[in-house]
Design a protein around this ligand. Structure first.
Ligand code: NDP
Ligand code: GDR
Length: 325
């Protein structure tokens, strides 16, 4: 059987890089869409660059989306591209709506016109639950987003369902809770902590400034979550699934484990800085992933403790060559 072709938007991001690794291991032809940049943005996919194809397109540009699909002729499209940093969505609310919300419609329109047989995955988010209406959250929990990002994702989620129902597209939405890795962007709290812990251990930094230490999240490992995305597109019919571990931890728990991993005491180094507080916080986000466990047989394989350890070790290895001592 000929190998399948997957198009990944957001391939230069955390999830895009793990998904590219995963699909290559399954024998896929992988095409990644990137937007033009004056600098090199391929750091996370450097190891696989010679095994994937890169095409140029932007979620803001309808005709580029159509051209990318016509050129790549994919069987599956994974829409991972977005403005994904929640605080930036307050400073750039309109742009976030354009990328993260309307961008989904642009891809769906391109699919409808170029090849309606394409299977489509939309990266929806637990941020849609925001000021939660029930705990834990399932596929049927009503949304109450608390940031322009969450509002844009809710639009992307519903337009995916609307195109499935209106045009009979194989369009699915994975409602992912937070997932992290050594490839996580440095501005997100987990990576900010693991990077700082490594710097402090290596004598390159003394203090780590954080915002709300009581904030809690359902944190999993990105490598486990891209497997769930793929599984969703291997089914007979499209459906939506919550992807989560079902366990939450506070930012202070992450700090403690991360500093423990290098035999340091977190209270000696962490400074609470109101600068990192948000205009509105989300409440008790914790996912009920029983549907994806039951229907697709998916479950996370990496524990919270293993994740923290993995991230701290990776940052230590990365930074050690730059340490003075
Ligand atoms: P990242 O921020 O690491 O990656 C985002 C990607 O989107 C980058 O490749 C970026 O490209 C690309 N991008 C941004 N704007 C555009 C645009 N206008 N046109 C084309 N590409 C663009 O995110 P993650 O990998 O962590 O997340 C992947 C997706 O999953 C996102 O949609 C995110 O909102 C969603 N999500 C993530 C969760 C998580 O915990 N990680 C949880 C729930 C949902 P560039 O390199 O050029 O900036
Ligand atoms: P989140 O991730 O907003 O959940 O969005 P982030 O890691 O930014 O924040 C998690 C929680 O940590 C608290 N926090 C801090 N956050 C940051 N970034 N920096 C700090 O210094 C800090 N101190 C405390 C925050 O207040 C927050 O409560 C991620 C993104 O990947 C989204 O794209 C995705 O949709 C959701 O996860 C699910």
């Amino acid at each position: 059987m000929a190998s399948k072709t997957a198009l990944i938007t957001g391939i230069t991001g955390q999830d895009g890089s793990y998904l590219a690794d995963f699909l290559l291991s399954k024998g896929y032809r992988v095409v990644g869409m990137t937007r033009r940049s004056s600098t090199d943005v391929h750091e996370r996919i450097r190891a696989v660059l010679d095994r994937i194809e890169i095409v140029s397109g932007d979620l803001l540009d309808q005709s580029s989306m159509t051209s990318v699909l016509a050129e790549a002729q994919p069987d599956e499209v994974y829409n991972l591209a977005a403005q994904s940093f929640v605080p930036a969505s307050w400073s750039q609310p309109v742009l976030t709506g354009e990328f993260t919300g309307l961008g989904v419609t642009r891809i769906l329109e391109a699919i409808r016109h170029v090849s309606p047989k394409i299977k489509f995955y939309q990266a929806s988010s637990s941020e849609m639950f925001g000021k939660v209406v029930e705990v834990p959250q399932t596929e049927r929990t009503p949304f109450y987003p608390r940031s322009p990002y969450g509002v844009a994702k809710a639009y992307g989620h519903w337009i995916t369902i609307n195109y499935r129902e209106s045009y009979d597209l194989f369009a699915t939405s994975g409602i992912s809770f937070n997932h992290e890795s050594p490839r996580r962007g440095l501005e997100f709290v987990t990576r900010k902590i693991s990077d700082a812990v490594a710097r402090i251990k290596l004598g390159m930094l003394d203090k780590l400034h954080l915002g709300n230490l009581e904030a809690a999240r359902d944190w999993g490992f990105a490598g486990d979550y891209v497997r769930a995305m793929w599984l969703m597109l291997q089914q007979e019919s499209p459906d939506d699934y919550v992807i989560a571990t079902g366990r939450t931890h506070k930012v202070r728990d992450f700090c403690k484990l991360a500093f423990d991993a290098v035999d340091l005491v977190w209270e000696d180094h962490v400074v609470v800085d109101p600068h990192f507080y948000r205009p509105a916080e989300v409440d008790h986000l914790v996912g009920d992933a029983s549907k994806i466990r039951r229907v697709l047989g998916w479950q996370p394989e990496t524990s919270f403790e293993e994740l923290v350890e993995m991230m701290v070790r990776a940052d230590l290895d990365r930074l050690r060559p730059f340490a003075l001592v």
